[in-house]
Design a binder for this molecule. Structure first.
Ligand SMILES: Cc1cc2nc3c(=O)[nH]c(=O)nc-3n(C[C@H](O)[C@H](O)[C@H](O)COP(=O)(O)OP(=O)(O)OC[C@H]3O[C@@H](n4cnc5c(N)ncnc54)[C@H](O)[C@@H]3O)c2cc1C
Length: 308
Protein backbone atom coordinates (compact mmCIF):
# COMPACT_ATOMS: atom_id res chain seq x y z
CA UNK A 1 0.00 0.00 0.00
CA UNK A 2 1.23 3.49 -0.82
CA UNK A 3 1.33 6.49 1.41
CA UNK A 4 -0.52 9.74 0.88
CA UNK A 5 1.32 12.96 1.63
CA UNK A 6 -1.28 15.01 3.51
CA UNK A 7 0.72 18.19 3.12
CA UNK A 8 0.30 20.38 0.03
CA UNK A 9 3.87 20.52 -1.31
CA UNK A 10 5.03 23.62 -3.21
CA UNK A 11 6.56 21.82 -6.19
CA UNK A 12 6.41 18.27 -7.55
CA UNK A 13 9.32 17.48 -9.86
CA UNK A 14 9.01 14.40 -12.04
CA UNK A 15 12.47 13.32 -13.21
CA UNK A 16 15.72 13.39 -11.25
CA UNK A 17 18.38 13.94 -13.93
CA UNK A 18 20.47 17.13 -14.25
CA UNK A 19 17.34 19.21 -15.07
CA UNK A 20 15.13 18.03 -12.21
CA UNK A 21 18.00 18.00 -9.71
CA UNK A 22 19.15 21.53 -10.52
CA UNK A 23 15.57 22.77 -10.19
CA UNK A 24 15.33 21.00 -6.81
CA UNK A 25 18.57 22.68 -5.69
CA UNK A 26 17.33 26.16 -6.63
CA UNK A 27 13.93 25.57 -5.04
CA UNK A 28 15.39 23.99 -1.88
CA UNK A 29 17.63 27.01 -1.42
CA UNK A 30 14.54 29.20 -1.95
CA UNK A 31 12.95 27.38 1.02
CA UNK A 32 10.22 25.74 -1.02
CA UNK A 33 8.92 22.27 -0.20
CA UNK A 34 9.78 19.95 -3.07
CA UNK A 35 9.31 16.28 -3.90
CA UNK A 36 11.49 14.80 -6.67
CA UNK A 37 9.99 11.63 -8.12
CA UNK A 38 12.49 9.66 -10.19
CA UNK A 39 12.46 6.15 -11.60
CA UNK A 40 16.21 6.34 -12.37
CA UNK A 41 16.27 5.46 -16.06
CA UNK A 42 18.13 8.37 -17.72
CA UNK A 43 19.03 8.09 -21.41
CA UNK A 44 22.75 8.27 -20.67
CA UNK A 45 22.75 5.30 -18.28
CA UNK A 46 24.50 3.22 -20.98
CA UNK A 47 27.59 5.43 -20.89
CA UNK A 48 30.49 5.55 -18.43
CA UNK A 49 31.46 9.20 -18.67
CA UNK A 50 29.72 12.55 -19.07
CA UNK A 51 31.81 15.13 -20.91
CA UNK A 52 31.58 18.87 -21.42
CA UNK A 53 30.10 19.77 -18.01
CA UNK A 54 32.47 22.38 -16.61
CA UNK A 55 34.12 21.17 -13.34
CA UNK A 56 32.65 17.67 -13.94
CA UNK A 57 34.22 16.67 -17.28
CA UNK A 58 34.40 12.87 -17.46
CA UNK A 59 32.22 12.14 -14.42
CA UNK A 60 30.17 8.91 -14.37
CA UNK A 61 26.45 9.69 -14.80
CA UNK A 62 25.52 7.82 -11.60
CA UNK A 63 28.26 9.62 -9.65
CA UNK A 64 26.94 12.96 -10.96
CA UNK A 65 23.50 12.14 -9.57
CA UNK A 66 24.93 10.86 -6.27
CA UNK A 67 26.89 14.07 -5.65
CA UNK A 68 23.90 16.20 -6.72
CA UNK A 69 21.59 14.42 -4.28
CA UNK A 70 24.17 14.65 -1.49
CA UNK A 71 24.38 18.42 -1.97
CA UNK A 72 20.59 18.82 -2.22
CA UNK A 73 20.19 16.93 1.08
CA UNK A 74 21.57 20.07 2.82
CA UNK A 75 18.17 21.59 2.08
CA UNK A 76 15.68 19.68 4.23
CA UNK A 77 12.57 20.85 2.39
CA UNK A 78 13.51 18.60 -0.57
CA UNK A 79 12.45 14.95 -0.50
CA UNK A 80 12.99 12.12 -2.97
CA UNK A 81 10.72 9.28 -4.04
CA UNK A 82 12.56 6.72 -6.17
CA UNK A 83 9.85 5.28 -8.37
CA UNK A 84 7.81 6.08 -11.46
CA UNK A 85 5.02 8.64 -11.48
CA UNK A 86 2.13 6.94 -13.28
CA UNK A 87 -0.53 9.63 -13.35
CA UNK A 88 -0.99 13.34 -12.80
CA UNK A 89 -4.25 15.19 -12.49
CA UNK A 90 -5.58 18.48 -11.17
CA UNK A 91 -4.89 22.10 -12.02
CA UNK A 92 -2.68 25.01 -11.03
CA UNK A 93 -2.56 25.26 -7.23
CA UNK A 94 -3.41 21.60 -6.65
CA UNK A 95 -1.93 18.82 -8.77
CA UNK A 96 -2.00 15.21 -7.63
CA UNK A 97 0.78 12.84 -8.68
CA UNK A 98 0.34 9.09 -8.16
CA UNK A 99 3.35 6.79 -8.21
CA UNK A 100 3.67 3.15 -9.30
CA UNK A 101 3.52 1.98 -5.68
CA UNK A 102 0.47 4.12 -4.90
CA UNK A 103 2.18 7.05 -3.19
CA UNK A 104 0.30 10.30 -3.74
CA UNK A 105 1.95 13.70 -3.82
CA UNK A 106 -0.17 16.85 -3.88
CA UNK A 107 1.60 19.99 -5.09
CA UNK A 108 0.94 23.57 -6.14
CA UNK A 109 3.26 23.59 -9.18
CA UNK A 110 4.63 20.87 -11.39
CA UNK A 111 7.90 20.44 -13.27
CA UNK A 112 8.31 17.76 -15.91
CA UNK A 113 12.02 16.94 -16.21
CA UNK A 114 11.37 13.52 -17.69
CA UNK A 115 14.05 13.53 -20.41
CA UNK A 116 13.73 11.60 -23.66
CA UNK A 117 14.13 7.91 -24.39
CA UNK A 118 15.77 6.00 -27.22
CA UNK A 119 13.49 3.94 -29.41
CA UNK A 120 15.05 0.51 -29.98
CA UNK A 121 17.40 0.22 -32.98
CA UNK A 122 17.17 -3.25 -34.51
CA UNK A 123 20.83 -3.80 -35.38
CA UNK A 124 22.44 -6.97 -34.08
CA UNK A 125 25.39 -6.19 -31.80
CA UNK A 126 24.64 -2.47 -31.33
CA UNK A 127 23.54 -2.91 -27.71
CA UNK A 128 26.95 -4.48 -26.93
CA UNK A 129 28.80 -1.31 -27.94
CA UNK A 130 26.30 1.49 -27.16
CA UNK A 131 27.87 3.77 -24.58
CA UNK A 132 31.34 2.12 -24.87
CA UNK A 133 32.32 2.71 -28.50
CA UNK A 134 29.03 3.59 -30.22
CA UNK A 135 27.65 7.01 -29.41
CA UNK A 136 25.04 9.49 -30.54
CA UNK A 137 26.64 12.88 -30.00
CA UNK A 138 30.09 14.02 -31.22
CA UNK A 139 30.14 16.84 -28.64
CA UNK A 140 29.76 14.24 -25.87
CA UNK A 141 32.13 11.54 -27.14
CA UNK A 142 33.89 12.79 -30.29
CA UNK A 143 37.09 13.80 -28.50
CA UNK A 144 37.75 10.24 -27.26
CA UNK A 145 37.42 8.97 -30.87
CA UNK A 146 39.36 11.77 -32.57
CA UNK A 147 41.23 10.72 -35.72
CA UNK A 148 39.92 7.15 -35.36
CA UNK A 149 38.29 5.16 -38.19
CA UNK A 150 34.55 5.60 -37.68
CA UNK A 151 31.30 4.30 -39.15
CA UNK A 152 28.29 6.60 -39.16
CA UNK A 153 24.87 4.95 -39.20
CA UNK A 154 22.06 7.25 -40.33
CA UNK A 155 19.76 8.12 -43.21
CA UNK A 156 18.60 11.22 -45.02
CA UNK A 157 19.11 14.72 -43.64
CA UNK A 158 20.40 13.35 -40.33
CA UNK A 159 23.06 11.31 -42.17
CA UNK A 160 24.17 14.36 -44.11
CA UNK A 161 24.34 16.49 -40.96
CA UNK A 162 26.24 13.78 -39.04
CA UNK A 163 28.76 13.42 -41.91
CA UNK A 164 29.37 17.19 -41.95
CA UNK A 165 29.67 17.38 -38.14
CA UNK A 166 31.92 14.39 -37.54
CA UNK A 167 34.49 15.89 -39.93
CA UNK A 168 35.47 18.14 -37.02
CA UNK A 169 36.75 15.12 -35.09
CA UNK A 170 38.00 12.62 -37.68
CA UNK A 171 38.53 12.53 -41.43
CA UNK A 172 38.43 8.71 -41.45
CA UNK A 173 34.74 7.87 -41.63
CA UNK A 174 32.27 5.98 -43.79
CA UNK A 175 28.52 6.30 -43.90
CA UNK A 176 26.17 3.31 -43.63
CA UNK A 177 22.57 4.10 -44.45
CA UNK A 178 21.36 0.58 -43.56
CA UNK A 179 19.01 0.40 -46.56
CA UNK A 180 17.80 3.22 -48.87
CA UNK A 181 19.83 6.36 -48.12
CA UNK A 182 16.90 8.84 -48.19
CA UNK A 183 19.36 11.57 -49.28
CA UNK A 184 18.53 14.23 -51.84
CA UNK A 185 20.47 14.23 -55.13
CA UNK A 186 22.23 17.38 -53.94
CA UNK A 187 23.29 15.73 -50.66
CA UNK A 188 24.48 12.61 -52.50
CA UNK A 189 26.62 14.71 -54.86
CA UNK A 190 27.98 16.78 -51.99
CA UNK A 191 29.04 13.67 -50.04
CA UNK A 192 30.67 12.33 -53.19
CA UNK A 193 32.57 15.63 -53.71
CA UNK A 194 33.82 15.32 -50.12
CA UNK A 195 34.82 11.69 -50.78
CA UNK A 196 32.61 10.26 -48.05
CA UNK A 197 32.06 6.56 -48.85
CA UNK A 198 28.34 5.70 -48.62
CA UNK A 199 27.21 2.06 -48.12
CA UNK A 200 23.53 1.35 -48.68
CA UNK A 201 23.32 -2.40 -48.02
CA UNK A 202 21.45 -3.33 -44.82
CA UNK A 203 23.64 -4.01 -41.78
CA UNK A 204 23.87 -7.69 -40.83
CA UNK A 205 25.64 -7.20 -37.49
CA UNK A 206 28.18 -5.22 -35.50
CA UNK A 207 31.15 -7.23 -34.26
CA UNK A 208 32.97 -6.16 -31.11
CA UNK A 209 35.21 -7.30 -28.28
CA UNK A 210 34.49 -6.20 -24.70
CA UNK A 211 32.36 -3.27 -25.85
CA UNK A 212 34.84 -2.04 -28.45
CA UNK A 213 33.54 -2.22 -32.00
CA UNK A 214 35.80 -3.97 -34.52
CA UNK A 215 33.73 -4.03 -37.71
CA UNK A 216 30.34 -3.46 -39.22
CA UNK A 217 29.24 -6.34 -41.44
CA UNK A 218 26.76 -5.62 -44.24
CA UNK A 219 24.27 -8.01 -45.87
CA UNK A 220 26.22 -7.84 -49.16
CA UNK A 221 29.30 -9.24 -47.40
CA UNK A 222 31.18 -5.93 -47.03
CA UNK A 223 33.17 -5.60 -43.78
CA UNK A 224 33.86 -2.07 -42.52
CA UNK A 225 36.65 -2.02 -39.93
CA UNK A 226 36.30 0.77 -37.39
CA UNK A 227 37.08 1.81 -33.83
CA UNK A 228 33.89 3.75 -33.18
CA UNK A 229 30.35 4.31 -34.36
CA UNK A 230 28.13 7.36 -34.30
CA UNK A 231 24.47 6.75 -35.03
CA UNK A 232 21.33 8.78 -35.12
CA UNK A 233 18.69 7.32 -32.79
CA UNK A 234 14.97 7.92 -32.95
CA UNK A 235 13.78 9.47 -29.72
CA UNK A 236 10.46 9.66 -27.92
CA UNK A 237 9.18 11.63 -24.96
CA UNK A 238 10.57 10.31 -21.65
CA UNK A 239 7.00 10.09 -20.33
CA UNK A 240 3.48 10.56 -21.67
CA UNK A 241 2.40 12.44 -18.53
CA UNK A 242 2.96 16.00 -19.91
CA UNK A 243 0.76 15.18 -22.90
CA UNK A 244 -1.87 13.56 -20.68
CA UNK A 245 -2.06 16.75 -18.63
CA UNK A 246 -2.61 18.84 -21.79
CA UNK A 247 0.92 20.13 -22.48
CA UNK A 248 1.45 21.05 -26.11
CA UNK A 249 4.04 18.73 -27.69
CA UNK A 250 6.07 18.92 -30.90
CA UNK A 251 6.01 16.06 -33.41
CA UNK A 252 9.30 14.81 -31.97
CA UNK A 253 7.94 14.37 -28.44
CA UNK A 254 9.33 17.64 -27.04
CA UNK A 255 7.23 19.64 -24.58
CA UNK A 256 6.64 23.14 -25.97
CA UNK A 257 7.90 25.54 -23.30
CA UNK A 258 9.25 29.09 -23.16
CA UNK A 259 12.79 30.00 -22.16
CA UNK A 260 11.86 29.69 -18.47
CA UNK A 261 10.23 26.32 -18.99
CA UNK A 262 6.62 27.55 -18.78
CA UNK A 263 4.21 25.37 -20.79
CA UNK A 264 0.73 26.18 -22.10
CA UNK A 265 -0.81 24.58 -18.97
CA UNK A 266 -0.93 27.03 -16.03
CA UNK A 267 1.39 26.01 -13.20
CA UNK A 268 3.18 23.39 -15.31
CA UNK A 269 6.82 23.72 -16.36
CA UNK A 270 9.22 21.51 -18.27
CA UNK A 271 13.03 21.50 -18.47
CA UNK A 272 15.97 19.54 -19.83
CA UNK A 273 15.87 17.02 -22.68
CA UNK A 274 12.08 16.84 -22.26
CA UNK A 275 11.78 20.44 -23.47
CA UNK A 276 14.62 20.78 -25.99
CA UNK A 277 16.34 18.99 -28.84
CA UNK A 278 19.84 20.09 -27.79
CA UNK A 279 20.89 17.17 -25.61
CA UNK A 280 23.62 18.27 -23.21
CA UNK A 281 23.71 17.68 -19.46
CA UNK A 282 24.84 21.22 -18.66
CA UNK A 283 22.07 22.67 -20.84
CA UNK A 284 19.53 20.46 -19.04
CA UNK A 285 20.85 21.60 -15.64
CA UNK A 286 20.68 25.22 -16.78
CA UNK A 287 17.08 24.81 -17.95
CA UNK A 288 16.23 23.22 -14.60
CA UNK A 289 17.81 26.14 -12.78
CA UNK A 290 15.79 28.68 -14.80
CA UNK A 291 12.55 26.75 -14.36
CA UNK A 292 13.19 26.46 -10.61
CA UNK A 293 13.60 30.23 -10.33
CA UNK A 294 10.53 30.88 -12.51
CA UNK A 295 8.39 28.55 -10.41
CA UNK A 296 9.66 30.21 -7.24
CA UNK A 297 8.77 33.67 -8.64
CA UNK A 298 5.26 32.48 -9.45
CA UNK A 299 4.81 31.05 -5.93
CA UNK A 300 6.17 34.24 -4.33
CA UNK A 301 3.86 36.45 -6.43
CA UNK A 302 0.84 34.33 -5.46
CA UNK A 303 1.77 34.41 -1.77
CA UNK A 304 2.32 38.20 -1.97
CA UNK A 305 -1.08 38.73 -3.63
CA UNK A 306 -2.88 36.56 -1.08
CA UNK A 307 -1.49 38.68 1.78
CA UNK A 308 -2.71 42.01 0.33
C1 LIG B 1 24.84 7.65 -24.75
C2 LIG B 1 24.70 9.07 -24.28
C3 LIG B 1 25.81 9.77 -23.88
C4 LIG B 1 25.70 11.09 -23.46
N1 LIG B 1 26.83 11.75 -23.09
C5 LIG B 1 26.75 13.03 -22.71
C6 LIG B 1 27.93 13.74 -22.39
O1 LIG B 1 29.03 13.22 -22.42
N2 LIG B 1 27.80 15.07 -22.05
C7 LIG B 1 26.57 15.68 -22.02
O2 LIG B 1 26.51 16.88 -21.69
N3 LIG B 1 25.44 15.02 -22.32
C8 LIG B 1 25.50 13.71 -22.67
N4 LIG B 1 24.36 13.05 -23.01
C9 LIG B 1 23.07 13.76 -22.94
C10 LIG B 1 22.63 13.87 -21.47
O3 LIG B 1 22.60 12.58 -20.91
C11 LIG B 1 21.25 14.51 -21.37
O4 LIG B 1 21.23 15.74 -22.09
C12 LIG B 1 20.87 14.79 -19.92
O5 LIG B 1 20.95 13.62 -19.13
C13 LIG B 1 19.46 15.34 -19.85
O6 LIG B 1 19.10 15.55 -18.51
P1 LIG B 1 17.56 15.51 -18.09
O7 LIG B 1 17.55 15.78 -16.63
O8 LIG B 1 16.77 16.38 -18.98
O9 LIG B 1 17.07 14.01 -18.42
P2 LIG B 1 17.61 12.61 -17.90
O10 LIG B 1 19.02 12.71 -17.41
O11 LIG B 1 17.32 11.65 -19.00
O12 LIG B 1 16.70 12.30 -16.63
C14 LIG B 1 15.30 12.12 -16.76
C15 LIG B 1 14.86 11.29 -15.58
O13 LIG B 1 13.42 11.29 -15.53
C16 LIG B 1 13.01 10.00 -15.17
N5 LIG B 1 11.59 9.81 -15.53
C17 LIG B 1 11.02 9.84 -16.76
N6 LIG B 1 9.71 9.61 -16.67
C18 LIG B 1 9.45 9.44 -15.35
C19 LIG B 1 8.27 9.15 -14.61
N7 LIG B 1 7.07 9.00 -15.20
N8 LIG B 1 8.36 9.00 -13.26
C20 LIG B 1 9.56 9.14 -12.63
N9 LIG B 1 10.71 9.43 -13.29
C21 LIG B 1 10.65 9.56 -14.62
C22 LIG B 1 13.96 9.09 -15.95
O14 LIG B 1 13.94 7.78 -15.44
C23 LIG B 1 15.27 9.83 -15.69
O15 LIG B 1 15.87 9.40 -14.49
C24 LIG B 1 24.43 11.71 -23.44
C25 LIG B 1 23.29 11.01 -23.82
C26 LIG B 1 23.42 9.71 -24.25
C27 LIG B 1 22.18 8.97 -24.68
Amino acid sequence: MGIQMEQLIDVGIIGGGPAGLNAALVLGRARKSVVVIDEGRPRNRVTHETHGFLTRDGIRPDEFRRVAREQIRSYPSVQFIDEAAVSVEGADGRFQITTAQGNIVTCRKLLFAVGKKDLPVEIEGLADVYGSSAFVCPYCDGWELRDQPLVLIAKGARAFHLAQTIAGWSSRYQLCTNGPDELTDEQREDLERHQVPVYRAPIRRIESKEGIVERVVLEDGTHLSCRGIFFSPNLAAGSMLPQALGCRMTETGTVAADVLGKTNVPGVYSAGDAATEMYQAIAAASMGSLAGAAINSELLAEAWASRA
